[in-house]
Ligand binder design. Sequence first.
Ligand code: FAD
Length: 315
Amino acid sequence: MNERTVTIQSPTGILPVKRNEPLSRYTTFRIGGPADFLVRAATRDDVLAALAWADQHQLPVTVIGGGSNLLVGDRGIRGLVVVVRAPSTQLDDQFRIEPDGQDHALVTVPAQAPISWLGHATSAQGLAGLEWTAGLPGVVGGAVVNNAGAHGGEMADYLVSLTLLDTETFDLVQWTQAMLEPRYRMTTLKAAPRPRRWVVLEVTFRLPYGDRAELQSRVAELTRWRRVHQPTGACAGSVFTNPPGTYAGYLIEQAGLKGLQIGGVKVSERHANFFINTGTATAADVRALIAMIQEVVQQRFGIVLVPEIEQIGEE
Ligand SMILES: Cc1cc2nc3c(=O)[nH]c(=O)nc-3n(C[C@H](O)[C@H](O)[C@H](O)COP(=O)(O)OP(=O)(O)OC[C@H]3O[C@@H](n4cnc5c(N)ncnc54)[C@H](O)[C@@H]3O)c2cc1C
């Protein structure tokens, strides 16, 4: 591939392919070395065109969404990175609601939809179950892969099926919720080794009808809660999963590690399970801070903290 400008023809138009594109521009941590090639895919057609192009050029593919749960290595990612996300303004015609019995509806949304938008959009239709997504960064695809959750809810709760692309055969396949084997911040999709075979294209939830005003007020309340309780700044959410019966943030705070800094990354003063990129952090800094915190917490409490953020790419 020697051409200087590389593009992919999608039914929706021409998609520019960026070379040596810094992934720090696509992660909420603002950390990550270059992708050999990177394309943004805002529609299902764009995703299919990007994957066909990678197949044609025999490039390994990494799909990311909002990049809000990722620590990308300082040497970046080889092959093609496909960024599957779209602004909510482009999604209204892709959001399908079908009544299912008297009290429920089936809601189908594309993987590229912002997850927080989904909570707002469903509650505005008087549909309950996804209010907890209010204010959560990232998109539906990434949230399903992670089985993201908050305030007692998680993605798998009301999910009934998903449409995936099998990148080995280019077939579209339907999975049930059970095939995801959802557990705490984990699914079969997340556990699969890279390069991964499955790409999430669309997700269907079965949601009960509720009181629209109450649902919308809950969404507003949870959005406010995030604004007050969550640290601001470049981060990737909770760094560690909560060990059974306790909280990772509590253990880190009790070990006196709030504010600890290595290189450009620091344990948040507001929430000890969040690390903040002060502006110059590298993935190596974050890994060093993770290792130091794991060691101190294990010595002090005998508990091994397990990272929740996913570490991908080359160091
Ligand atoms: C401030 C902040 C607060 C957060 N709070 C929470 C919280 O309360 N609860 C929680 O669970 N998480 C939280 N997170 C983490 C994160 O927001 C969620 O895990 C989110 O759902 C990840 O979505 P994403 O689109 O950013 O996924 P990414 O980080 O881009 O990707 C996550 C995984 O999904 C894969 N992936 C993405 N899209 C697709 C696709 N279409 N097909 C196949 N694979 C795909 C990626 O390869 C990767 O393995 C927080 C993060 C931040 C920055």
